[in-house]
Design a protein around this ligand. Structure first.
Ligand code: NAD
Ligand code: AKB
Length: 331
């Protein structure tokens, strides 16, 4: 029997591609896409409902009426928006998650995917290969909600038997929906600017290195973890998952290999402090050991694929941006 899936925040950067991937994998009518505010154009064909995760009774009604057994809970406020409006970040990220967990416990939902983030780490965590079990002392409200959220998920797992699974995603790069208010958004915006105007003013400094991942790898991580045998999932907080790390300057240079005239300036704003509080890379050996995590895209492969897909979608002319060999593994 295929799972009966509810996706919250389905119109966002991850949701708009995850819904399509889940429908392809399990069948179109097995996935109920929901968002507080979504238009049909943002989500692949199929059921789409308005659902505000702040309303417990609406969440519970949606789970009951669609006989949901699996939830991908994506509705959230990201780091930069969260620093600008910490009350909103706390309310949506904490109350929204608790509503999902409470409704799921009562409605017999079997399994939940909830993405955590590298935002759980603070300035005291090792910058290189931040360990799975590093002390988590974030300095953003977003990070505070992710640490508290991880603990809440672990609590519902052991107290209520809910099978909650989570990864600490790095910054995600994708060609479909634009990112929704994060610190790593520059790594998506830069591609739009490269193709549309040929120049970009980056809000992080040239040397800022952050962990990043291409969306196809992120979707595979989510689905692989959700399909893993329960006995293999030893962590119900959030697994570190890594794929690539690069500086803003290195990304600009890689794009320039395809578009030689591309001009980038660097003018750090308030998001620089958030980036500076995060690690440059994470140690994801627990995910590799437990459920076989392995990324496919590195900086070169991601850049050429991203340029090709985005150019097609935006209709900006050049059809392919080749790099030798296609997707490649880092190690
Ligand atoms: P996004 O901002 O692109 O999308 C979030 C969606 O949630 C939006 O469509 C928004 O309309 C919806 N939403 C907001 N408040 C809501 C509410 N009260 N009820 C229902 N829907 C609501 O975010 P995303 O990038 O798709 O991120 C999804 C999850 O993944 C979040 O938990 C985020 O913290 C996590 N994550 C994302 C990244 C990344 O780089 N995109 C990295 C690490 C973790
Ligand atoms: C953000 O920058 O807020 C997100 C994240 C890394 O969690 N992309």
């Amino acid at each position: 029997m295929p799972p009966r899936i509810l996706v919250t925040g389905a119109a966002g950067q991850i949701g708009s591609e995850l819904v399509a991937a889940l429908r392809k994998r399990y069948g179109g009518d097995t996935v109920v896409a929901t968002d507080k505010a979504a238009t049909r154009a943002q989500v692949s064909a199929g059921v789409l409902e308005q659902l505000d995760v702040m309303h417990l009774s609406s969440v519970e009604r949606a789970m009951k009426s669609h006989r949901i057994d699996t939830v991908y809970h994506l509705a959230a406020i990201l780091s930069a928006t969260g620093e600008a409006n910490p009350d909103l970040a706390w309310d949506v990220n904490m109350d929204g998650l608790k509503n999902i967990l409470d409704a799921a416990s009562r409605q017999g939902v079997r399994r939940i995917f909830w993405p955590s983030s590298i935002g759980v780490f603070g300035p005291d965590a090792p910058k290189a290969l931040a360990p799975q079990d590093a002390a988590l002392n974030p300095t953003t409200m977003y990070g505070v909600t992710k640490v508290a959220g991880e603990l809440l998920c672990a609590y519902y797992s052991h107290k209520h038997g809910l099978d909650v699974r989570s990864v600490r995603f790095p910054g995600l790069i994708s060609s479909e929906a634009r990112p929704g208010g994060g610190t790593t958004d520059y790594a998506v915006e830069i591609f739009y600017s490269a193709l549309q105007t040929g120049r970009y003013a980056c809000f992080l400094s040239e040397g800022t290195v952050l962990p990043m991942m291409y969306m196809p790898d992120a979707l595979r991580a989510a689905v692989t973890l959700m399909e893993a045998d329960p006995s293999d999932v030893t962590l119900h907080t959030g697994y570190n998952v890594g794929a690539m790390s690069f500086s803003a300057g290195e990304l600009a240079a890689e794009i320039r290999n395809h578009l030689p005239g591309f001009q980038v300036t660097f003018a750090p704003d308030s998001r620089q402090a958030i980036a500076d509080s995060w690690p440059r890379s994470v140690d994801d050996s627990a995910a590799r050991r437990d459920w076989g995590w392995r990324e496919e895209f590195d900086l070169k492969a991601m850049t050429s694929d991203m340029l090709t897909r985005l150019a097609q979608r935006l209709g900006t002319g050049q059809k392919t941006f080749n790099t030798a060999g296609g997707p490649r593994r880092k190690r």
